[in-house]
Write a protein that binds this ligand. Structure first.
Ligand SMILES: [Zn+2]
Length: 173
C-alpha cells in the first residue's frame, strides 16, 4: 500500500492492465498518474458587456482574463466558477450555460467556461486582480489577453447562437 509518509523514489515502469508507462515509487508503489488539472471560470455578462480582470499574479501578470481558477477538492465545476468570481472580483454570479470545455493538452489541463450573470450591484478586485472592468465586445483588449483560451472564449461569446444547449447539472455525492 502507498504510504503518505514515504519520500518517494520515482522510476518509470509499465503498470496496470493498460501497461502504460507511468511514474511509480520504487519504495511504496505510489503511482503518479498525472491526471489533468481542472480549471473553471465564467464569462460574466451585464448589459451586453463582459467582465474582465487584469491579473495581479504570474503567469500573464497585467494581462486580462475572465474570473477563473483551479477547482478545489470536493467542488463541482459550477461551485468553483462561482467561488472564483467571488474571490477574484467580489461578485455574486448565477451560471446560465456551459459554454466551452477547453482542453489544453500541453498544460495537461481542462477548463470549463460558463456564461453567467452578475446578480449583485458592485464589483471590486480581489488580491489576485489589479483591476476589473466591463468591456463592450468591440473594446475588448485583444492584444492584452492572458491566455489563448481567453481569446477563444471571448470570440465564441461574440457569435453566440440564440439557443445554446441546455445546461444540465448532475452531482453524485
Ligand atoms: Zn513512495
Amino acid at each position: 500500500m502507498p504510504q503518505s509518509n514515504c519520500c518517494h523514489k520515482f522510476d518509470y515502469k509499465k503498470v496496470d492492465l493498460e501497461q502504460k508507462r507511468r511514474k511509480i515509487c520504487k519504495k511504496c508503489g505510489y503511482i503518479d498518474y498525472k491526471n489533468p488539472k481542472i480549471v473553471t471560470g465564467s464569462l460574466v455578462i451585464k448589459n451586453k458587456k463582459v467582465l474582465l480582470c487584469k491579473r495581479a499574479i504570474s503567469p500573464s501578470y497585467g494581462k486580462w482574463t475572465f474570473p477563473s481558477g483551479y477547482l478545489d477538492k470536493g467542488e463541482t465545476p459550477e461551485e468553483g466558477a462561482v467561488r472564483e468570481a467571488r474571490e477574484e472580483v467580489n461578485i455574486k454570479i448565477k451560471l446560465l450555460k456551459l459554454l466551452i470545455i477547453f482542453t489544453v493538452r500541453k498544460k495537461n489541463l481542462i477548463q470549463f467556461v460558463f456564461l453567467a450573470k452578475h446578480i449583485n450591484k458592485t464589483f471590486k478586485p480581489g488580491i489576485e486582480t489589479l483591476e476589473a472592468k466591463y468591456f463592450e465586445f468591440k473594446d475588448i483588449p485583444w492584444k492584452s489577453l492572458a491566455f489563448p483560451s481567453v481569446t477563444y472564449a471571448l470570440k465564441k461569446m461574440g457569435k453566440l447562437p440564440k439557443n445554446l444547449p441546455i445546461f444540465h447539472i448532475f452531482n453524485k455525492d
